[in-house]
Design a protein. Structure first.
Length: 154
């Protein structure tokens, strides 16, 4: 990986690996949980084709600041029940989100999965460039996403 490591978040859940994988790979599941606990996924913003070359998109509604945080990218590696790797672009522009133009500035996200008996584990790692001090904020945000994932899996 040629991009600098920014942060990772990992958790073990009382869930089967199949249910954990489905939470990440199924667009209907992402529509429910892929946001911080105090926010919601923007209606109709999710697209997810979990195969190499497939696209993923999610918009998170941030009403307090009157914008939607849009994320999109393409899968570069998919190992069912084990790993997802995708690019990640971020914008607050609905027009840019709709255009979905790839950029060399995209981050790389690696999501690793592991079955652990009756439980399952997932680790989200992000690579790329962020302004000084923003990686801890991004990590805290993803911790909240993982809290939401735990509620979804329960």
């Amino acid at each position: 990986m040629n991009k600098p490591f920014l942060y990772s978040v990992e958790r073990e859940y009382d869930s089967t690996i199949e249910d954990l994988w489905k939470a990440w790979a199924d667009p209907a599941a992402l529509q429910i949980w892929y946001s911080p606990t105090d926010l919601k996924v923007a209606e109709g913003s999710v697209e997810n084709v979990a195969e190499v070359g497939g696209i993923w998109t999610v918009g998170v509604d941030v009403p307090e600041y009157k914008f939607v945080a849009y994320f999109y990218g393409w899968y570069t590696e998919v190992e069912p029940l084990a790993k997802l790797v995708h690019t990640m672009h971020y914008t607050q522009s609905a027009e840019e989100f709709e255009a979905r133009v790839p950029s060399e500035l995209a981050h790389t996200v690696v999501v690793d999965f592991e079955a652990r008996g009756s439980k399952s584990w997932v680790k989200f790692s992000q690579y790329g460039e962020l302004p000084e001090g923003q990686a801890p904020q991004a990590q805290a945000g993803m911790e909240s996403y993982f809290d939401n994932l735990g509620k979804f899996l329960a």
